[in-house]
Design a protein around this ligand. Structure first.
Ligand code: ZN
Length: 208
């Protein structure tokens, strides 16, 4: 049973403003979506070109799986909408959030030659769904960035199938994508991963 579009739109705007306050989606960066209906697929999607610190529920767009706008207003959905659709389909996710923090941008580049970022040994890992111990080893795949959204969606699909236990992935010099079985879980995953990525980055900077 999904919440109504209005309820979901309200929640997405609230979450976006919260992420903006943390510095994770400054300006018009980042985007958020949530499933309104699974079959046929209907997504509540943040609009393109709107400052995330000022996002309101009325600006959230309803789209179908080909990212066509179904809601009345003329707003354009985020350019990255096809990536959200792909993640929802691959993972059965109910919500997908994407952030552009300084630390996820830096580490997505530094660790790109390895194909991903390892995070292990941190208590905060237990905030990821299904993780029971700090000894968990989380592999966050890193995918080359592209402005070709269909090609990028294909790369994401391949990566998610190669790493069925991954909770998130990074786009190189771009940002973090995480998802969840509901809005609260997706938000938690972003919060946990932003914390962990920043912790890994700061620790390596201090060690030199
Ligand atoms: Zn982005």
């Amino acid at each position: 049973m999904y919440e109504s579009f209005d309820q979901i739109a309200f929640s997405l705007a609230l979450i976006a403003r919260g992420f903006h306050a943390r510095g994770w989606v400054i300006g018009t960066s980042g985007n958020l979506s949530a499933v309104v209906n699974r079959e046929p697929l209907r997504l509540a999607m943040s609009p393109s070109g709107v400052d995330k610190g000022e996002l309101t529920a009325g600006q959230i767009v309803l789209i179908d799986e080909r990212t066509r706008v179904l809601s009345d207003h003329r707003a354009k959905p985020s350019d990255e909408s096809p990536l959200h659709v792909r993640i929802v389909k691959e993972r059965g996710a109910a919500a997908v959030f994407h952030t552009h923090s300084i630390w996820n941008t830096i580490l997505s580049d530094l660790h790109a030659p390895d194909g991903g970022l390892v995070i292990e040994g941190y208590e905060m890992l237990k905030g990821l769904e299904g993780v029971k111990t700090h000894a968990h080893r989380e592999w966050v795949p890193i995918i080359e960035n592209s402005q070709d959204m269909q090609a990028l969606a294909e790369s994401i699909g391949d990566t998610l199938r190669q790493h069925p236990h991954a909770h998130a992935f990074l786009l190189r010099r771009h940002g973090l994508y995480a998802w969840g079985n509901d809005l609260a879980q997706a938000r938690r995953h972003i919060e946990i991963l932003e914390f962990l990525i920043e912790a890994v980055g700061r620790a390596s900077a201090i060690r030199g």
